[in-house]
Design a protein around this ligand. Structure first.
Ligand SMILES: O=P(O)(O)OC[C@H]1O[C@H](O[C@H]2O[C@H](CO)[C@@H](O)[C@H](O)[C@H]2O)[C@H](O)[C@@H](O)[C@@H]1O
Length: 247
């Protein structure tokens, strides 16, 4: 059966035209939802989860949320059965009704995690967010401690550069398992039905999304920066609603 949905051109670049047989890869923070002061404070419009569900069905199942978040956090904010990749590609659940595919990454040494707790305890507002094989130190509410967070995590990565990367995020520094990226998530999904053979379109706002965009382009697809193509998450959500309506 043909797709119910053909992607309309993005509002800021209408000349791109429509895209049929698309596979849609969507970043979460800063793309589907606006940035919030803390990771647990993002506001998900109530129409968004059912909209993503409708879109996924209209694309024959070829839609995935690809995020730096842990899968549990994605499930909390987007409680719909759609393909999801979490932890920057370290955790992948292509079939929403099956257990995630977990790759064999190193675990974070407990003493590193304890040192992060000690650091944030000295900086009110700072916080640690756990991932499957890493963690993030957020300093949006304690802007003066960014350099201390970077220094701590850079020291850990120097101890085991085969297993971990240091990742700069929005007002945050992250310890990411080496070998995980949004590109690996896109490649893993594109190797599976119903993604294989489609034209991937990756939409994101952040440096880590560039890897996913590059992977999408390697299949003849598109990598779209939110700023360039939509401007804001709200405009993206309106475009997704337009796509789902088949107008
Ligand atoms: O790949 P994404 O879905 O874009 O996730 C990237 C990181 O986003 C989250 O942190 C960022 O958003 C928070 C909520 O708006 C904000 O408070 C924080 O300053 C940002 O860095 C999330 O907490 C991370 O786990 C994701 O890796």
């Amino acid at each position: 059966m043909p797709d119910l949905i053909t992607l309309p051109p993005p509002p800021r670049v209408p000349g791109l035209g429509q895209i049929a047989d698309a596979a849609l890869f969507l970043d979460f923070d800063g793309t589907l939802v606006e940035i919030a002061p803390r990771p647990d404070a993002v506001v998900v419009p109530e129409q968004l989860p059912p909209l993503l569900h409708r879109l996924t069905e209209g694309l024959g199942g070829a839609l995935a949320v690809v995020s730096g978040r842990a899968l549990a956090a994605l499930d909390h904010f987007l409680p719909v059965p759609i393909p999801k990749a979490g932890d920057h590609g370290a955790s992948l659940r292509p079939d929403p009704f099956a257990p995630p595919l977990l790759r064999d990454f190193a675990d974070v040494p407990p003493e590193w995690r304890a040192a992060a707790d000690m650091l944030v305890a000295r900086h009110p507002g700072a916080l640690v967010e756990d991932k499957a094989h890493g963690f993030v130190i957020h300093y949006r509410l304690a802007p003066g401690m960014g350099e201390a967070a970077r220094g701590l995590l850079a020291g850990f990565v120097a101890q085991n550069p085969q297993a971990f990367d240091l990742l700069e995020a929005r007002m945050a520094w992250e310890l990411r398992p080496r070998g995980a990226s949004k590109a690996t998530a896109v490649h893993a999904l594109m190797a599976r039905a119903p993604f294989t053979g489609r034209t991937p379109v990756f939409i994101g706002d952040d440096v880590t999304d560039e890897e996913g965009m590059e992977a999408a382009r390697s299949y003849g697809g598109q990598g779209w920066r939110l700023d360039d193509m939509f401007g804001t998450p709200q405009v993206l959500r309106e475009w997704l609603a337009e796509a789902a309506s088949g107008r």
